[in-house]
Design a protein around this ligand. Structure first.
Ligand SMILES: Nc1ncnc2c1ncn2[C@@H]1O[C@H](COP(=O)(O)OP(=O)(O)OP(=O)(O)O)[C@@H](O)[C@H]1O
Ligand SMILES: [Mg+2]
Length: 332
């Protein structure tokens, strides 16, 4: 079933064509560079950019997939969580397409999209598994009992993991978004250089990253310009290690407690090289299988939305056309 996926929840305009939730025919992603100069996403600017680019991106997706609009059998678009203006652009486009061509339409939860990046690439993944979603706006440990049956074990009580990366990158003058820049810089640094706090490490499945961000900021601002230059890689590595330590420790504990055999990570921070390495090591030692998405499927993209939309459609049929964008749409 050829599915058209549309993603516009934040600052990526993306359109994909995915066959039966598994085979990516095209996945065109345009990241809106314009927000870099503001140091964060400006919602109104993002909406306008989506309006300008959605049709050319749709055409490019058709061209790359070498398909005709008449070949599309299902239309899926992110309905939330996200920024309401940007969401409305993609959602309206998708509804219009489905309506005009008399196709079924599915509204997709963006977080279900992130976790579906693994379903898309790993046909072998157990339906019953544990997933850690770590993105720019969310940090969640979820027990997936089967598709669309979720138990949220824990989430962040303040900043998301990606948000912490972005804020620390900003403090260190690395630009926005800064997760990938920290990852790169940390490769040449010593993760034991500063012992930054590991908040709530031992208790439960909740996460907290705002104290860590403050600790990095206090440390950084005490240094002279020269010291900052000399120590940047070590500080980036020490910060990254503090985030990774907590994410890995809780994920491994949850994998043991839920007795799953398979564990996945998804969302932008799943692109982090240190997280992938340490998680792989620790889960292997715990006797669990570990899966993570390809780099291009970690940050926002429409292929994961098409896949999630397809699995949703198979489970519960189409979504009513009257649904609206829901900025705080919960996963459960
Ligand atoms: N290599 C990396 N290491 C750490 N963080 C990274 C890396 N690459 C990207 N990120 C972070 O991933 C985040 C973007 O991910 P994503 O696109 O999933 O978030 P979002 O869509 O903005 O948020 P949400 O999915 O919660 O709505 C940013 O915070 C970015 O800094
Ligand atoms: Mg996202």
């Amino acid at each position: 079933m050829l599915t058209l996926g549309i993603e516009t929840s934040c600052d990526e305009t993306s359109v994909a064509l995915v066959d039966s939730g598994r085979e990516i025919r095209s996945n065109v992603i345009l990241s809106q560079a314009i927000h870099g100069k503001f140091g964060g996403v400006v919602p109104e600017v993002a909406s306008r950019e989506h309006v300008k680019t959605i049709i050319p991106i749709y055409r490019q997706a058709l061209e790359e997939a070498k398909v005709d609009p008449a070949d599309i059998q299902l239309v899926a678009a992110t309905m939330g969580p996200g920024l309401v203006g940007p969401l409305l652009v993609g959602l309206s486009f998708a509804k219009g397409m489905a309506w005009a061509r008399d196709l079924p339409f599915v509204g997709v939860n963006h977080m279900e999209g992130h976790l579906a990046a693994n379903l898309l690439e790993q046909p072998d993944l157990d339906d019953n598994h544990l997933t850690l979603i770590v993105s720019g706006g969310h940090t969640m440990l979820v027990h997936v009992k089967s598709f669309a049956e979720y138990e949220i074990l824990g989430r962040t009580v303040d900043d998301a993991a990606g948000e912490a990366f972005d804020k620390v990158a900003k403090i260190m003058g690395l630009g926005y978004p800064g997760g990938a820049a920290i990852d790169k810089l940390a490769k040449g640094g010593d993760p034991r250089f500063v012992a930054f706090p590991r908040a709530m490490r031992k208790d439960g499945y909740q996460f907290s990253f705002s104290g860590l961000k403050t600790a990095v900021s206090l440390h950084w601002n005490k240094l002279s310009g020269e010291e900052q230059q000399q120590q940047a890689a070590d500080i980036a590595a020490s910060f990254q290690d503090a985030v990774v330590d907590v994410l890995v420790e809780k994920t491994v504990r949850a994998a043991m407690d839920t007795r799953v055999t398979d564990v996945t990570i998804s969302g932008g921070v799943a692109a982090n090289s240190r997280l992938r390495t340490v998680m792989a090591e620790k889960l292997k030692r715990a006797g669990k299988r570990f899966f993570y998405p390809s780099m291009s499927l970690c940050t926002d993209n429409a292929a994961m939305i098409a896949a999630a939309g397809y699995f949703r459609y198979k489970k519960s049929g189409p979504t009513e056309f009257v649904i609206d964008a829901v900025p705080y749409l919960p996963l459960e």
